[in-house]
Every structure is written in structure tokens, then in C-alpha cells.
Design a protein around this ligand. Structure first.
Ligand code: SF4
Ligand code: SF4
Length: 73
């Protein structure tokens, strides 16, 4: 099970679009799973997101590593 519910209210919090590593499409990777694009790791701003705090996430880079709770935590 992914840690973050795939629901609109949580998706609206996502700040991936402002991230230097953002792959240009998609988002809400902590719930939706990894991007189909290859990711160049230029930093991850998930730590500033309300979902990161509320769901006690740890790592970030969900766009590259997959949804929180599925592989990446
Ligand atoms: S924790 Fe990261 S991937 Fe998840 S909603 Fe927030 S910014 Fe997006
Ligand atoms: S999951 Fe993290 S690294 Fe990937 S786009 Fe969102 S904030 Fe950036």
C-alpha cells in the first residue's frame, strides 16, 4: 500500500512542479508512483510539502524511485 492516499485533496498540495528535478509532466509521485521520464537528480523539495509531514515520509525522489511505501519510503 502506498502511504499517501491517491485523492484530490492531497494531490492539490503537491509542489513537484516547482522542483529542479521535475520531469516536466505528471506529479504527485508519492501516491501515483514513478515518472515515465528519466530523472536527473537536482534536488527534491518534497520535504517542504504538507503531505511529507502529514504522512511521515522519509526520502523523497518519488518521481525516480516510486511511490512512498512501495520501494522508496
Ligand atoms: S511529497 Fe513530493 S511527490 Fe508527494 S505530493 Fe508532496 S511534493 Fe508531490
Ligand atoms: S518527487 Fe521530489 S524530486 Fe521528484 S519532482 Fe517531486 S519534489 Fe522533485
Amino acid at each position: 500500500m502506498a502511504k499517501v492516499p491517491d485523492e484530490q485533496q492531497y494531490m492539490e498540495r503537491c509542489i513537484c512542479g516547482n522542483c529542479p528535478s521535475y520531469p516536466g509532466e505528471g506529479g504527485f509521485f508519492c501516491a501515483k508512483g514513478k515518472s515515465s521520464q528519466s530523472i536527473t537528480r537536482r534536488g527534491c523539495i518534497c520535504g517542504d510539502c504538507e503531505n511529507f509531514k502529514e504522512f511521515d515520509l522519509k526520502d523523497g525522489y518519488y518521481c525516480a524511485d516510486g511511490a512512498a511505501g512501495e520501494g522508496a519510503q
